[in-house]
Ligand binder design. Structure first.
Ligand SMILES: C[S@@+](CC[C@H](N)C(=O)[O-])C[C@H]1O[C@@H](n2cnc3c(N)ncnc32)[C@H](O)[C@@H]1O
Length: 97
């Protein structure tokens, strides 16, 4: 599962506890430090500004991509680019929320 704007990882944690591989992107180094602490070495947490960057390799494919409570932080053009980046990384039967 990939979460955009994952904050401290609270949305990803239940999935990680069920054994999913999780990746979180966020602009806040402090929130990501909390996430890394909470996940105790599990998961991948990457600092980035989604308005300008999407640092996930294009050949990585996700079963689920979520972006709860983040889209209003992104300018429209950046948001549209983020949607395209997500589509490239979704498994065909993946879930987008
Ligand atoms: C309201 S919180 C939501 C956190 C989490 N998704 C949730 O639902 O609990 C918004 C998150 O988006 C992050 N954020 C805001 N602007 C961002 C940007 N341009 N790029 C990446 N993350 C951003 C914030 O640092 C924050 O962690």
């Amino acid at each position: 599962m990939l979460e955009l704007g994952c904050g401290n990882g609270n949305n990803l944690l239940p999935f990680a506890e069920f054994g999913w591989d999780v990746t979180g992107l966020d602009i806040s180094g402090e929130a990501l430090a909390d996430a890394r602490h909470n996940f105790d070495g599990i998961g991948s947490f990457i600092e980035c500004d989604l308005a300008a960057d999407f640092p996930v390799p294009q050949d990585e494919a996700f079963d689920a991509i979520i972006l709860p409570n983040i889209i209003y932080y992104l300018p429209r053009q950046s948001f549209l680019r983020v949607l395209r980046e997500c589509r490239r990384r979704m498994r065909p039967d993946g879930c987008f929320f």
